[in-house]
Design a binder for this molecule. Structure first.
Ligand SMILES: [Zn+2]
Length: 436
C-alpha cells in the first residue's frame, strides 16, 4: 500500500535534516515513511497522481504529528470507569478494584480493551503500553483494531496464584512477541515492589532475561509504598529493584511520584525508562512526580493515562497539557516543561519508554504511525506557533485522521476497524452482569 499525505504542516523532528519543517508531503510505503519533502504543488504533479499512489490524502494545511503514545494503561479496566471514584490508592485497590477484578472474564476484558482502543484511536493515540490479566483477550483486540501495543500480563508475588500468573505471562510473551504483523511487543509486568517480594522478583528477572523482554512495573506511586518498602528492606522502591537484579534488565518504571535524588541518579545510571501519569496521580491523591528534576537528569520519560478507573479518560492531549502546567505551578516557574518537552514525552519519549525502535517521530524509515490534526478551530486562532498550540490549545476532537503502520484506522469521525455500536452493547452487558 502506497499513501501520499499531501500538503500538511510538519514540526521540527529532533533537528533532523531528513524532515523539513513547514508545508510538506509525506510518502508512506509498506507501512513505513518513505520520504518527507517540502510541499511542491506545481512541480512533479505526476508523483501525486492516483496512478502512482494507492491513495492520496489531501492534508489542506492540517498539522501532521507522530501518533501519540500512551505508555501506561490497563485496557481491561476500562469497564471499571467511574467505579470507585474519589478514593485513595490502597482503599481503591483493596476494597474496589481487586474484588471486582476477580469476577472479570476474558470476554469482559476483550470488550473493555476494544472500548479503550476505540477511545484512544479517536484521540490520536497509535501506541499503548498495557499491563493487565486475560492479556490474550487484549492482544486479540489490539490485533483486530490495528493499534500498536506493548503488552504485559501483570503478575503479583504476594498471593498463592503468583507463580501461575508468571507461567501465563511467560506463555503470553512466547505466543505474542512480534504478533499482529509486528505491532505487538511484549514485556513482563511485575505489578510493584510492594506486591512482588525479592524471591518472586528473582524468578521474574530470570524469565525476562531468558525471553529477552523488558520489565513494566509501578514504582514509588505513594508515600505509603515508600514507607513500607523502607520498613521491610531499608531502601527506596527503586533501590529495592536494583538490589534484586531488576535494574540490570531494560525497565520501564511507572509513576515514580516519590523518588529521591539518589533514585534519579540510579535511574540515569541504569537507563530506567520513566512513565509520568499526571491525571491518575492527582485523582488518586498520590502526589506529583518531580518531572523537572528528572528531565534535568536526561531520563527517557513518556506519558501515560493509567487506567480509565483512575483517570477517567484515555486522553493524551490532556496528559500532555497537564504535564506542562502542573510542574510550572509547583515549581513556580513558567519555563519548566515547555511545550516542546511535553510533545516529546507524548510521542518519542513514550516510544522510548516502551523500548520501541523507529516509533514516535515522523522521519524517513520510521513506522507509518501518523495523525492529522485540524487547526481550523477557533481555539487555535491566530495560529502563531503550531507546536505550542498543539500542547496548550489542542484537544482530542481536533484529530481528523489516524494511521498506524501505514493503515488508516480513523478518518473524519469514523473508526474503520471497530464497530462502536457492538462494543457499546457488549460493554453495557458486562457492566450489567457485574452490577457496575
Ligand atoms: Zn497502573
Amino acid at each position: 500500500m502506497r499513501i501520499l499525505v499531501s500538503d500538511v504542516i510538519n514540526l521540527p523532528q529532533d533537528n533532523s535534516k531528513e524532515a523539513p519543517e513547514g508545508r510538506v508531503d509525506i510518502g508512506i510505503e509498506d507501512g513505513r515513511i518513505s520520504f518527507i519533502r517540502e510541499h511542491a504543488p506545481d512541480e512533479d504533479q505526476a508523483a501525486c497522481s492516483p496512478e502512482t499512489w494507492d491513495q492520496v490524502i489531501e492534508g489542506r494545511g492540517r498539522l501532521a504529528l507522530p501518533g501519540l503514545v500512551n505508555a501506561h494503561t490497563h485496557l481491561g479496566m476500562t469497564l471499571l470507569r467511574g467505579y470507585g471514584d474519589d478514593l485513595p490508592l490502597m482503599v481503591w485497590l483493596q476494597e474496589k478494584m481487586w474484588p471486582i477484578e476477580d469476577q472479570l472474564t476474558a470476554e469482559d476484558v476483550y470488550w473493555a480493551s476494544l472500548l479503550a482502543i476505540g477511545e484512544m484511536l479517536r484521540g490520536g493515540v497509535t501506541t499503548c503500553g498495557d499491563m493487565y490479566f486475560h492479556m490474550e483477550a487484549t492482544a486479540r483486540a489490539v490485533a483486530e483494531a490495528g493499534i500498536r501495543a506493548s503488552l504485559s500480563r501483570g503478575v503479583q508475588g504476594v498471593s498463592g496464584s503468583g507463580l501461575r500468573g508468571l507461567d501465563e505471562a511467560v506463555r503470553f510473551c512466547r505466543e505474542w512477541e512480534a504478533g499482529a504483523d509486528g505491532r505487538i511487543t511484549t514485556m513482563l509486568g511485575p505489578h510493584a515492589p510492594f506486591t512482588c517480594p525479592p524471591e518472586f522478583l528473582h524468578k521474574v528477572v530470570d524469565w525476562a532475561g531468558y525471553l529477552d523482554v523488558p520489565i513494566h512495573i509501578h514504582v514509588a506511586e505513594t508515600v505509603a509504598e515508600v514507607s513500607q518498602i523502607r520498613q521491610d528492606y531499608g531502601m527506596t522502591p527503586l533501590e529495592m529493584l536494583g538490589a534484586n537484579g531488576v535494574l540490570d534488565l531494560p525497565v520501564m518504571a511507572v509513576h515514580c511520584v516519590h523518588m529521591q535524588e539518589t533514585d534519579f541518579k540510579l535511574a540515569a545510571d541504569k537507563d530506567v525508562r520513566i512513565v509520568h501519569c499526571p491525571s491518575s496521580n492527582m485523582k488518586l491523591g498520590s502526589g506529583i512526580m518531580p518531572l523537572p528534576e528528572m528531565l534535568a537528569e536526561e531520563l527517557a520519560i513518556g506519558l501515560g493515562t493509567d487506567s480509565a478507573a483512575s483517570n477517567n479518560k484515555l486522553d493524551l492531549w490532556e496528559e500532555m497539557r497537564l504535564a506542562s502546567l502542573i510542574h510550572k505551578a509547583t515549581a513556580q516557574d513558567a519555563t519548566v516543561v515547555p511545550a516542546s518537552a511535553a510533545l516529546e514525552m507524548a510521542t518519542f519519549g513514550g516510544a522510548k519508554a516502551l523500548f520501541l525502535e523507529g516509533v514516535g517521530r515522523l522521519l524517513p524509515g520510521w513506522v507509518g504511525d501518523l495523525i492529522l490534526v485540524d487547526m481550523e478551530g477557533l481555539h487555535w486562532q491566530p495560529l502563531s506557533n503550531p507546536q505550542a498550540s498543539a500542547v496548550y490549545s489542542g484537544q482530542r476532537t481536533d484529530v481528523s485522521l489516524v494511521m498506524v503502520d501505514g493503515r488508516i484506522v480513523y478518518e473524519e469521525g469514523e473508526l474503520l476497524t471497530i464497530d462502536e455500536d457492538r462494543v457499546r452493547y457488549h460493554v453495557h452487558k458486562s457492566a450489567a452482569r457485574l452490577g457496575l
